[in-house]
Write a protein of this length. Sequence first.
Length: 388
Amino acid sequence: MDHMQERAIETFQRVFGAAPAFEVSAAGRINLIGEHIDYCGGKVMPASLNLCCKVYGRANGTSLINVYADDLDETARLDLSALDTYRSLNWGRYQAGVAYELQKSGCRLVGCDLLYSCSVPFGSGLSSSAAIEVATAVALSEIAGNDYDLKETALLSQRAENEYCGVNCGIMDQFASAMGKKDRAILLDCKTLEYTYIPFELGNYELVVANCNKPHALVESKYNERRGEVEEALVRLRAVYPDAACLADLTPAMFERAKHVLSGKLLDRAEHVIYECARVKEAAAALRRGDILALARLINASHDSLSRLYEVTGKEPDALAYAARAQDGCIGSRMIGAGFGGCTISLVEKGKVAAFKKAVGERYRNAVGYDATFYDTSIEDGVTVRKL
């Protein structure tokens, strides 16, 4: 038993007066490439991280789900007969939303105590919310003795975030959290949910995740604004391609023939989406053949497009990505997640990672006035369940 698990079990006993019966873990995620295209029907390439949400649980013989956050020292009590009433909770609404969706889908729920210990930093763009949702769904199913399918768990978790919590996210985060595999990236078609695993082998390079540590208050409004813009762009492009179900249906060649129907910001937004979809396809091929330099060029092009055309990076992610690219040993860096804060991923030569973190950290602090955080990450299984 590791130190963190030991501490979590001790805390569980202090808070709930008994020992937990099991530990469920669901991962945070990175997205190697394919940003802001999941809601346009595109393919994305996420991978699940060692940073995760762990839930320790046991049945409690009541009609209440008691949820406790060890980092916030905060508890919420959810009545099984009133799960629709917790939408405005500051903490606990993700859990309530998942429980409500499970109940609505006909799953049996039983009262339980759940302790949450999350190493995915909140507001980082590494998808702590999806990790909480997926871990909750699996924990509630385990406690009640229900069979569950991880793909269905991802879809149910997305519904909870969309419909209960009111966050208009695509499927990528929950899918990566539920379906991730150790040392694999997932090539996921967000329109059909078809997916394949690609060996995540970087040869002489390591993946470095860095958090720019900017609180990103603008994300939700800008995210909804971008969704509106790409939906309007699709409507206009249908004047040329009436059968296009989503922007991802258009190849770059098709877009070049039709882009005269767009102008200004709508042209920029659509151009990002369509060329980013093409970059994902090229990146999958590059990863399969072990061409990490080609992958890095595509990662750089992705960030430049997010910055110039989609305008979702902002000062801090740009400062962090471009500081990384300027450092010896780094061949590619880009923002991941919704933007206006959050994290970058960088491909850095093995043996140069420590110097990279030090130099990039200093350059970033000089540019924005505060520190970035660098994480030691690895690609791990999305969901694990352990009896205690």
